[in-house]
Design a protein around this ligand. Sequence first.
Ligand code: AMP
Ligand code: GLY
Length: 420
Amino acid sequence: MKTLVIGTGGREHALALALSRDPSVTEVHAAPGNPGIEQVATLHEVDPLDGAAVADLAVALAADLVVVGPEAPLVAGVADAVRARGIAVFGPSGEAARLEGSKAFAKQVMAAAEVPTAMAHVCTTPEEVAAALDAFGPPYVVKDDGLAAGKGVVVTDDRQEALDHAAGCERVVVEEYLDGPEVSLFALCSYSEESGATVVPLQPAQDFKRAYDDDAGPNTGGMGAYTPLPWAPDDLVEEVTQRVLQPTVDEMAQRGSPFSGLLYAGLALTSRGLRVVEFNARFGDPETQALMALLLSPLGPLLHGAATGTLDQVPAPRWRDGAAVTVVVAAEGYPASPRKGDVIHGVEEADALEGVDVIHAGTARNADGELVTAGGRVLAVTASGADLAEARRRAYEAVDLIRIDGGFSRRDIAAKAAGA
Ligand code: AMP
Ligand code: GLY
C-alpha cells in the first residue's frame, strides 16, 4: 500500500512513523512534512490547504491511501478533493469536519443526538454575551465559534477578560464550566450503505492543555500526553461509545453527511457525569504520539478500512502492555509568539535512548543544514515503558538531553497518574 500523509506536525510524524513500520505499507510520502518526517517518508512541496494540488500529487504517486492530518485542510474540503479523484482518503468531508470547524454546529448535533455536553448559548452581540456570562456565573467559558488552533477558548474568573475575548470574535459560544478530569478518546470511523456508521475506539489518553506546570498559564495546543489512564473507570470506553461516539456518527449519517476518519471526543468526567467538552475531526496532537507508541496492530489497514467504509472487517486495534508518555518541548514565547530559528541540539542522542522516539512538531533546517525551531511546539518527545513511571522517566531523560535556547517543557506530564 502506497500512502501519502498531509501535514507538517508531530501528529503527522507519529502517523508517518507508524505507517513506515507497517509491513503492508510499501511507500510513505508526505507533504509538506518536516525534517523528522523526512527520515521515514519522501517529502513533496505541496500546500496542504490546496485540495486540487493534494489530489494531483496523490494521483501522480498512485497513492492507495491519503491521510489528511490537520483540521484546516479537512475543514477546507481537501479530503473531498482527493476522494473525488477516486483515491481512498482518511479524513472527513468538509461538511462532516464542521463538527470541529464550528462549535455551534457541534452543539446542534449533540443536542439532536442527545449527547451530554455543557449547556451553552451561541452569541453574536456583546449584550448576548453579557447575559450568557451572568446566567452561568464564574468560572466563565467563552469559545470562538471557528477554528483557532487551541487559542480560541478562554476559561476565566475575570468577567472583563471573558467579555474582551468575546469582543475579538465574530460569533462565540458561552457555556457552563465543567469540572473534573479531562479525557481524550479517539475513534476510527467509517461509513457504508450496507453497514452504516462504524466506530472503533482507541485507548483513552490525557492531554495537558495549559502551558506551565500545575495547569498554570494560557491554553495551548497541548504540552504533553499519556496513555492509558490507570485511574479511569473500567467502562469508560464503552460508555463513551454508547452515549457519545455512536449517537454522533449516526446523527451525521442521518443528516446526509456521514463522518469518516477520526472523531476525537474531548471529555470531562464531571461530578454530574460524562460531558463532551469538544469534538475534533482529526487525530489529537500530542495524544497521537503516545498512542502510536503503544499501537501493536499495523496502522495502514485500520486507516484504509476507515477510508473505504470497511472498518467493520478490520481486526480491532491491539495495544502493547505498559504505557507511553509524550512531553512537548516548546519554543521560547509559546503560545503567544514563539521564536523561530533557534538551533536544536541533542535530538539524535535523545532519539537513541531505549523506548524513545523524538517526534518533530515544529522543526526546519536552516541554510547551514542545522535543525532549528519553526513552530511553537518544536518536539514531542515520546517514550514507552512497562508502566507510566518508567515511560515518564525515559521521556524526561530524553527531554533533558535536548537543548534549545529559551525552550521549555512542563515537568509534570503524567506525574499524578504515575504516582510521582
Ligand atoms: P476546546 O477547544 O473546546 O477543547 O477547549 C480547550 C480547553 O479549554 C479544554 O480542553 C478545556 O481544558 C477548557 N474548556 C473548554 N470548555 C470548557 C468548559 N465548558 N469547562 C471547563 N473547561 C473548558
Ligand atoms: N491535544 C489537543 C488537540 O489536538 O486539539
